[in-house]
Design a protein around this ligand. Structure first.
Ligand SMILES: [Zn+2]
Length: 427
């Protein structure tokens, strides 16, 4: 490891200017994965590097590599060591960040697995991981440099699984590639998994803007085999040995389905080129979870609002959309938003920096805040309640896929935000 991590520069400065950059000048067709741990409590965060891996496919974007969409609680930046030029950046969020707003984070320090992926570099690079401290302000948590020919970079895949193309519409360099991973399917249930993955794809295309961009989307089903069938439910004392170890009752919330095993998830995803990860859980129990540029996870067989939940979770993980719902009683994630700061999510606002949100999309005659009437329910407005908060946080429409299962589709603001990500990744 000594040679892997080059001496840190005292002044680690990055040129943020956008320049015309050829993918092949800096990158190969493979991917580079960096595994690290987020550690801390409700007040502090540190990041510690664990390992660097070379993976066989890069499925992400090949254009505007040094631009970003200002999404995610964190971001990472890759710079060319020789020129100090920014050559790749992407934002992401984490389960760790959500945990920080739970009561447990006041009592104990914990660590969470995290992984970022970028195209495998041809020359020495420096990587920085940054935490958002304001709408457009960042603090560095981790920085290091490495050479792509370092012999200690791990190059062997450590999982195997059968892979099937569910939808192959375009070359992966021009498409959104979605890696769907089987969770809680035994070896005998492979056919069921492929059927469920196909159903997931069909559900996605019942929503715009996915339908109109269908020819830019590829979907791969990765049939990871689990020892047991079904998913762990700690609150029911039901424990299962599954491919990526997911479970309900995350942060003591019965329906919150997540997996802490991010490295294992990425191991399976690396069997295909991918932009986004969807973990399909073999269970009829209602629930799911989705975090921006992390993964989406949902039950494959829920009798209740199946299509709605699957698409809702993808709204989080693919486009960084916030939950637009709120409850009168306290929610487990109540403390996640500070009303004095504009959050980065495009579909909620405490009106601190509303210009950065959907203000330009408002009809000229709309009242702010918008009272709920039969007429306003069909318009873009500024409706109070969103992001788990009943007061002080606003959402763009009365209803939306990000608010209720009864909504028919995404509201126009969310639809536009999803389309922006599709175009950014596939153009
Ligand atoms: Zn919305």
């Amino acid at each position: 490891m000594k040679n892997l991590i080059s001496t840190l520069l005292l002044f680690f400065t990055i040129s943020s200017s956008v320049f015309s950059q050829n993918y092949t000048d800096f990158f190969t067709d493979k991917a580079c994965r960096v595994d690290f741990q987020f550690c801390g409590n409700n007040k502090q965060t540190s990041a510690y590097l664990e390992r660097i891996k070379q993976e066989p496919f890069w499925g992400g974007r090949r254009l505007h590599l040094s631009e970003d969409l200002n999404l995610g609680q964190y971001r990472f930046l890759v710079t060319d060591s020789a020129s100090n030029q920014l050559i790749y950046t992407t934002g992401f969020s984490t389960l760790y960040f959500e945990w920080q707003s739970t009561p447990e984070a006041k009592l104990v320090n914990k660590s969470f697995e995290q992984t970022v992926q970028f195209p495998y570099p041809k020359k020495a690079v420096k990587v920085a991981v940054e935490k958002r401290i304001g709408y457009a302000e960042w603090e560095t948590l981790l920085q290091f440099g490495f050479s792509p020919d370092d012999k200690l970079i791990i190059r062997n895949p450590n999982v195997s699984a059968q892979v099937k193309n569910i939808l192959k519409n375009n070359d992966s360099s021009k498409a959104i590639d979605i890696a769907v991973i089987a969770e809680g399917y035994s070896a005998k249930q492979r056919a069921k998994f492929y059927k469920d993955a196909k159903q997931l794809a069909e559900n996605l295309f019942t929503h715009e803007p996915f339908l109109k961009h269908k020819n830019q989307i590829n979907i791969y089903a990765i049939a990871a085999v689990s020892e047991d069938s079904g998913i762990t439910m700690p609150h029911k004392d039901r424990w299962k040995n599954t491919a990526v170890g997911s479970h309900y009752y995350t942060f003591y919330e019965p329906r919150y389905l997540t997996s802490p095993n991010v490295y294992k998830i990425r191991d399976y995803a690396a069997l295909v080129p991918y932009d986004a990860i969807y973990i399909l859980a073999n269970t009829p129990v209602y629930g799911g979870g989705g975090i921006y540029n992390f993964y989406a996870l949902a039950s494959a067989d829920s009798k209740r609002a199946q299509a709605e939940v699957l698409v809702h979770e993808f709204g989080h993980s693919f486009a960084g959309l916030a939950d637009e719902y709120f409850r009168e009683n306290a929610d487990v994630l109540d403390g996640m938003y500070n009303l004095k700061e504009e959050p980065w999510e495009p579909n909620i606002s405490p009106l601190v920096n509303f210009e950065a949100k959907w203000k330009k999309d408002l009809p000229s005659d709309i009242q702010i805040p918008t009272p709920v009437t039969e007429e306003s329910k069909t318009k873009i407005g500024v409706f109070e309640g969103g992001g788990y908060l009943t007061k002080g946080m606003y959402r763009p429409c009365y209803d939306c896929r990000m608010r209720t299962n009864e909504a028919k589709t995404f509201c126009p603001v969310c639809e536009k935000a999803v389309e922006k990500v599709i175009l950014f990744l596939s153009e």
